[in-house]
Design a protein around this ligand. Structure first.
Ligand code: SF4
Length: 453
């Protein structure tokens, strides 16, 4: 039997808690920012200038609010994690520095050396095969009518759980990367490829993060894509609204560029949408509401994609609160992803069973269109599949087998639960490659026979 906990319900959320948006001057608890005014804190340039980029700054800004032990642990984390440090003051000040070990925001952006676990034997730097499915640099073309365009490798924060840690944010002590910033050299080749492939209707502009594109780049990309006759939808992907709402509320030049592209799209009858990335209700404050009100008043559709992470949002209460707050702010909770099998993330990953149970518990807590679909983005490039749509699940050994009949006909894909969440007997089996290779082969054969291949 698996020892994995399922659908943790810790407490009942008061009915209207999701309408209480934090509006205090929380940053003033940070010693270095005690005299920062609301206007300064709300200025996007102040946020950028004071972003935390190094461990030294953590100590400098927090002073006695953080113990030497935690600082040392963060330093140790930097020797292991594939991601550099970058945190906006907004998120840094929302961390509960009285209990940093358990804080969901600290966990996402400032990994501790003590929390890391060995990577799963089947982890991959490019778990989703985005590079293999790339016909031209910076573009992934997997689904017939949709492409993923990665014009930048820069982000306003660097997340410990990033699925593109192989590219994003520059080299670290642990990993050499070929990050390319916002290099425009290949963009025209991308537009050319899209123009020559008339089946493509939908472009996700991600990265990296669209927040790091200049107003001119936002316009150039948006207009170039929208002018292609068969393109019907573009989506700017940004974690920005969650971790840096001040850019929406105070960077007028950037917001104007976004509005211009939106208006340009509408004039052609085409969609310009924003996809964002809240994972914890602790990221949400009155600043988020102000940013969303501004976007909503301009007619933007905003959807959210969260990543399921242990100790961040894997309880029913946290997830229900997140979904209700997003819905209240006019953000559609679209997807919750099972964590990808990328390096340095084993401590974050949940089992497939946990994801299934969480979705079951969530369903019915709000309107169907505001209930996110829980998906597994299949390692090996099978695309996103609903968490309950596997062909076979050996829960004891944490092996699930999937197919993606339209995306990769005839192929079978495997996703693996984190080993530390399996029973002691199963953990033993995962120590011997001959044993676990046989388990995987048996699981795949079970599906191949079932499907009559
Ligand atoms: S914002 Fe997105 S692309 Fe950037 S580090 Fe976080 S998860 Fe990765």
């Amino acid at each position: 039997m698996s020892t994995a906990p399922v659908a943790k319900v810790s407490k009942k959320i008061p009915e209207l808690q999701h309408r209480n948006f934090r509006d205090d001057e929380f940053w003033k608890k940070i010693p270095a920012w005690a005299s920062v005014t609301r206007d300064q804190f709300g200025d996007h340039l102040w946020q950028l200038k004071n972003s935390i980029r190094k461990v030294d700054q953590v100590k400098k800004v927090l002073g006695n609010l953080v113990s030497d032990e935690i600082v040392k642990d963060i330093e140790e984390g930097q020797k292991i994690t594939p991601m550099n440090i970058r945190i906006t003051p907004y998120i840094f000040a929302l961390i509960d520095w009285k209990d940093p070990i358990n804080d969901p925001l600290r966990k996402q952006f400032l990994p501790l050396g003590s929390q890391f676990l060995p990577d799963h034997p089947y982890y991959k730097e490019d778990s989703l095969h985005e590079d293999e499915d790339s016909p031209v640099p910076m573009l992934t073309h997997r689904y017939p009518d949709k492409v993923l365009f990665l014009p930048t490798t820069l982000c306003p924060v660097y997340c410990s759980y990033c699925t593109r840690s192989r590219l994003i944010g520059g080299s670290t002590e642990a990993v050499e990367k070929e990050s390319y910033g916002a290099n425009q050299k290949n963009w025209d080749k991308v537009f050319d490829y899209i123009a020559k492939n008339p089946l493509i209707e939908d472009v996700v502009i991600s990265g990296g993060d669209s927040y790091m594109l200049t107003p001119d780049q936002i316009r150039y990309i948006g207009e170039s894509l929208l002018k292609i006759p068969h393109i019907r939808r573009i989506r700017y992907a940004t974690k920005g609204i969650a971790i840096f709402p001040m850019k929406i509320t105070s960077d007028e030049a950037w917001f104007q560029a976004l509005k211009d592209v939106h208006a340009f799209g509408r004039s052609f009858g085409k969609q310009v949408v924003i996809h964002t990335h809240f994972s914890s209700p602790k990221e949400i404050t009155k600043w988020s509401v102000l940013a969303m009100d501004k976007l909503f008043q301009e007619g933007f559709i905003v959807r959210n994609q969260a990543v399921l992470q242990t100790g961040v949002n894997d309880s029913v209460d946290e997830m229900v609160l997140l979904i209700r707050q997003l819905s209240y702010m006019n953000i559609q909770p679209y997807y919750v992803y099972l964590h990808d099998m990328v390096p340095g993330c084993e401590h974050f990953r949940t089992t497939l069973k946990e994801a299934e149970e969480l979705e079951k518990a969530m369903r019915g807590t709000t309107a169907g269109f505001n209930t996110p679909t829980f998906v597994c983005d299949l390692p090996g490039g099978g695309g996103k599949r609903h968490v309950a749509s596997y062909e076979y699940y050996d829960e004891e050994n944490g092996i699930s087998i999937w197919t993606a009949p339209y995306v990769k006909p005839g192929a079978v894909f495997a996703y693996f639960d984190p080993i530390h969440k399996l029973s002691p007997e199963a953990q033993e089996r995962w120590k011997d490659p001959k044993v676990y290779e046989k388990m995987i082969e048996d699981a795949k054969n079970h599906v191949i026979q079932k499907l009559g291949k």
